[in-house]
Ligand binder design. Sequence first.
Ligand SMILES: NC(=O)c1ccc[n+]([C@@H]2O[C@H](COP(=O)([O-])OP(=O)(O)OC[C@H]3O[C@@H](n4cnc5c(N)ncnc54)[C@H](OP(=O)(O)O)[C@@H]3O)[C@@H](O)[C@H]2O)c1
Length: 332
Amino acid sequence: MTIKFKAVNALEQDGKLNIDINDLNITDLYSGDVLIKVLYSTINYKDGLALNYNKGKIMRKFPIIPGIDFSGIVLESDHQKFLPGDEVIATGWGLGETHTGGLSQMARVNGDWLIKKPTGISLKDSMVLGTAGLTSMLSILEFENNNITPQHGPVLVTGGSGGVGSISISLLSNLGYEVIALTRSVENFDYLNSLGASQVIYTNNLNNEGKFLNKGQWSAVIDTVGGDILSSLIPSIKNKGCVALCGNVSGVNLNTNVLPFILRGIRLIGIDSNNCSFETRSIAWERLSEKINILKSNLIITKIGLVDVFKIAEEILLGNIKGRILVDVNLI
Ligand SMILES: NC(=O)c1ccc[n+]([C@@H]2O[C@H](COP(=O)([O-])OP(=O)(O)OC[C@H]3O[C@@H](n4cnc5c(N)ncnc54)[C@H](OP(=O)(O)O)[C@@H]3O)[C@@H](O)[C@H]2O)c1
């Protein structure tokens, strides 16, 4: 069958990477048992890396369509769970890395990777949240599994104005947690307060004394930045506190010591939205859909078309993007 569509396409030719918007046919899509008409995708930090000369070697097969998430409508299905017309959400599982991804008007994937869209959320809003929203909710589910309740004290969110940061602040605050946001720019203070942060800390004012143990301040941290910032926060986690470690925009190295772990029993929990189980994803998307109106109310959402993804990808790596980017893949 011939179905033509537009997609961002990454090709390797003579050792050189070329990424552009191309007209493709569905035979260009990698194999899978469900064909989907994509309506929305997003630009996450990982997409920023892929679209900028494949920094971090995000795309590992060529040619490939980048884009780690999408939402859309099933056109054809050989999978028992899906019928044409079903509305679905896809995040992770190697989309845009080892399988043709979401920055495209069409996708074909393994049906086991798809979540049926919960009734409380639209396809558009599911990508307003996208992988960032899923990651925020996975972090909060870990806090709940580890008995971190609002009564335990304030939760710190790093990279506050970014996608994972903004949604985490809003979610935590709505669930009754006292939220402190960390940001590199004083210009973000009003935005972070509007999302529900009761206090905003400027990264340069972080106490970086390099002590093995500081006064316990945070019951938990959602960390999107890693590196020296995370290293300096670990000695200030309260007894039995948790860090949900999501990201590494500030660095991949972690310089720490054993005392917060063995004297305070703190837990460092890695969050992996790419490979997390179907059951956990389903719970997370149900919980997100219940909160979508509140989450959207103060979130900065910028809608773009496929042609704009390259510029936005540069900006996200420079740390210049606030909130979330929604890609309407049919807006050319
Ligand atoms: N583990 C997972 O499954 C998973 C899922 C999604 C994302 N992630 C990771 O989480 C991180 C955030 O993703 P995102 O999509 O939310 O990105 P994002 O929207 O770009 O947010 C990152 C935020 O971090 C801050 N920041 C940027 N550059 C920085 C730097 N050099 N040093 C310190 N802070 C910096 C900025 O906030 P301020 O201006 O407020 O400081 C920025 O808005 C990325 O590393 C991403 O790969 C992981």
